[in-house]
Design a protein around this ligand. Structure first.
Ligand SMILES: *Cc1c(COP(=O)(O)O)cnc(C)c1O
Length: 416
């Protein structure tokens, strides 16, 4: 008789994990109020304006500029901070593709840095080794809500005159040494896409403490307008990247609910980490007293196949899902530099070559190999997403129990 569910046994858990998004009548009422107000655009209504103020205040930033999504937020952040054609931009290889494509869209050259395998954030020592006279910016990604080592990054930036653009798409509520992330460098980008910790389906935000960068970001997102200029006067090469009022209204409601969700995720993450500490072959990221708050968009487990009889990560995850741990996820299946778009000739574009005449020897991404990044994608990283962390204690215990069960009966996986 098989024990493992994937081999025909009884699944360990029958109940689903909390799904995402979570909403109540409050979101419905907020959207309805915008509909009936007749003020659907943020140029007429006040929902987006209020949300910008409330979100920037929550994140301890002086300026918040709402935009259509996180990818656009990063793109405008680069431009507003003065990063453009031919500039090299340091970024981790283990991130969502938009970190790199946003740079490419402004004509900048992504230079991939390995992650610290103990934190899954950019390795500052490796970043330092990749600096050239063309390096203009560094983009730390606070992956899964864990802040990157901002002490080392800000220090490196100061020594080499780099701008710092935080990809905080997964990290509001997160803090480094007591300071909320997003505006610790020159400017940062946030995402409210459907999977993120608060969402309106799509949406994004720029955060900065620098008035000149903030003003530029505002203009870039609003067709190049200026505050004192006429409506049909355009001064800067920008576009229309404004967020709409329906989304602003939903995000205001979601933000109000956020502190309670954040506390629950953090409590469950701490509890889960204690349970996992007992398991041979599963480790979590190194704790660091400077990480004073982690938003836990993702709780990372590191899988060591050797402790599971050599069962590869993909097969282990299928076995977990069969046990009823359904939200468990393998994460980014490819490092960004191994994405087809990065390996394609001229990034798959039918245009004249992107870096022609602006960079003497652009990187050949097919030659890039970063050991910790490759290992995270291929063999090691397993994601527990934030919605799973909104479950009860039993939901956390079941993750631990399912792993132990698979480990114990791993021989049953040999025939799968
Ligand atoms: C979600 C995300 C983005 C892009 O945000 P969108 O709103 O989907 O455009 C960028 N970087 C990271 C790390 C993300 O997780």
């Amino acid at each position: 008789m098989a024990h493992l569910a994937i081999a025909g046994g009884e699944p360990l858990r029958q109940q689903p994990y909390p799904s995402w998004p979570i909403w109540t009548q409050a979101e419905v009422a907020a959207v309805q109020a915008v509909v009936t107000s007749g003020r659907w655009g943020s140029t007429h209504g006040t929902e987006v304006q209020h949300f910008e103020t409330e979100f920037a205040a929550y994140q301890d930033a002086a300026y918040g500029i709402a935009v259509v999504n996180g990818t656009v937020a990063l793109k405008l952040a680069l431009t507003a901070a003065g990063v453009g054609v031919g500039d090299e931009v340091l970024m981790p290889g283990y991130t969502f593709v938009a970190t790199a494509t946003a740079a490419l869209e402004v004509g900048a050259v992504p230079v991939f840095v390995d992650i610290d395998p103990e934190t899954y954030t950019i390795d500052p020592a490796h970043a330092a080794a990749l600096i050239t006279p063309r390096t203009r910016a560094i983009v730390p990604v606070h992956l899964g809500g864990r802040p990157a080592d901002m002490d080392a990054i800000l220090d490196l930036a100061q020594r080499h005159d780099l701008v710092v653009i935080e990809d905080a798409a997964q990290a509001w509520g997160s803090a480094w040494n007591g300071a909320k992330v997003g505006a610790l460098g020159d400017i940062g980008g946030i995402s409210f896409q459907a999977s993120k910790n608060i969402t309106a389906g799509e949406g994004g935000m720029l955060l900065t403490n620098d008035p000149a960068i903030g003003e530029m970001a505002r203009s870039l997102s609003n067709c190049g307008r200026q505050p004192e200029g006429l409506w049909y006067a355009h001064y800067v090469l920008g576009g229309n990247y404004r967020l709409g009022e329906f989304q602003g209204a939903v995000l205001r409601v979601q933000l109000q609910r956020y502190p309670e969700h954040l506390a629950r995720r953090q409590a469950n993450a701490a509890y889960l980490a204690r349970g996992l500490a007992e398991i041979d072959g599963i480790s979590t990221l190194r704790s660091d007293p400077r990480v004073t708050a982690n938003a836990y968009h993702i709780f990372f487990m590191r899988y060591d196949a050797e402790a599971f009889g050599g069962v590869p990560k993909g097969q282990f995850m299928k076995a977990m899902q069969a046990e009823g741990i359904q939200g468990v996820h393998g994460g980014y299946s490819l490092p960004v530099y191994r994405q087809p778009v990065m390996q394609a000739k001229n990034f798959g574009l039918p245009t004249p070559p992107l870096f022609h005449g602006v960079h003497p020897h652009p990187p050949d991404y097919r030659q890039v190999a970063l050991p910790a990044t490759d290992r995270a994608c291929d063999d090691e990283a397993i994601w527990i997403r934030h919605n799973m962390l909104l479950g009860d204690r039993q939901a956390m215990d079941d993750i631990v129990e399912a792993i132990l069960k698979i480990q114990r009966y791993r021989d049953e996986l040999q025939d799968q």
